[in-house]
Design a protein around this ligand. Structure first.
Ligand code: PAF
Length: 284
């Protein structure tokens, strides 16, 4: 496995891999890798012959009061996990390599980015789609792998790829959870013991929502109220949103008639966490 910070080196390695007839997989990350990321690497290694992991804490997707500076960085542990997982190349550029001059060109997906996380994080998805567009142009993967935990991000990136005719597939892999159900996230590292307990309420609220749907509930208002009651049972949890949305358009649903994403975002003290489930009435 090779580690490089240079775009030119990535291009050379990819050209060679393509000449060798290899199928290229890309797992874009911001590092601080956990089992969620390694499941993406596993999926990439299964489906592709040459897997690149990018590790870049992308400043353009963080708001002015967000955790850009505190975001965990641990390239040694990350590279060990990548090597173990069968990754061929880690691309770990610095900010100047990715943004050599103040950025003037942005890739922005409209509509899909205005609700859910977009409401409280203006500019976040513009930063995500811009950096993913750059990564896709640098690595030119056949398939790029993302996690379902960031449901809105996954849908937005898929739309960006479709709208700009990028020649790659996007594969969305299931959310990986701790034994007790907490969704894996690099930000879980910020949680102390009490906050870790409080964070579990996101999963509990989603589990209750799934149970309600299985028992016949269809009204989003009813489901959201039950979820809020669970989330508000801990003083340390501040709910940002609880929403039931259409899995393609992300528009809010009053009633679940087929498939829906039930999504939650909350702050556990200062740590912002998100999670979601997909419910499908045809598959109950
Ligand atoms: O999900 C992430 O880690 C980031 O948003 C991504 C997709 C790597 C873009 O910086």
């Amino acid at each position: 496995m090779e580690i490089t910070g240079k775009i030119a080196t990535v291009r050379k390695r990819i050209e060679q891999a393509r000449r060798d007839g290899k199928r290229i997989g890309l797992v874009p990350t911001m590092g601080a890798l956990h089992a969620g990321h390694t499941s993406l690497i596993d999926a990439a290694v299964q489906a592709c012959d040459y897997v690149v992991v990018s590790i870049f804490v992308n400043p353009t997707q963080f708001g002015p009061n967000e955790d850009l500076d505190e975001y965990p960085r641990d390239i040694e542990v990350d590279s060990r996990l990548c090597a173990k997982g069968g990754v061929e190349l880690i691309f770990v550029p610095d900010v100047d390599e990715m943004y050599p001059s103040p950025n003037m060109t942005w890739v922005n997906v409209e509509e899909l980015t205005t609700g859910l996380c977009g409401r409280n994080r203006p500019g976040h998805f513009r930063g995500v789609t811009t950096v993913c567009n750059k990564l896709f142009n640098i690595v030119r993967p056949d398939i790029a792998f993302f996690g379902q935990k960031d449901a809105q991000q996954a849908i937005v990136i898929k739309r960006m790829v479709a709208d700009t005719n990028l020649p790659l597939e996007i594969e969305i892999c299931p959310t990986v959870r701790e034994k007790d159900g907490l969704a894996m996230s690099s930000r879980n590292r910020y949680l102390d013991d009490q906050q870790r307990k409080d964070a579990l309420l996101l999963y509990k609220a989603l589990t209750r929502a799934r149970q309600m749907v299985q028992q016949g509930a269809r009204s989003s208002r009813e489901i959201i109220a039950a979820m809020n009651e669970i989330l508000q049972s801990a003083a340390g949890v501040a709910v940002e949103y609880v929403s039931v949305v259409d899995p393609e358009t992300l528009s809010e649903l009053d009633t679940i008639t087929e498939r829906a994403i039930i999504a939650v975002a909350a702050r556990v003290k200062t740590t912002r966490l998100i999670d979601n489930i997909i419910v499908d009435l045809n598959k109950q």
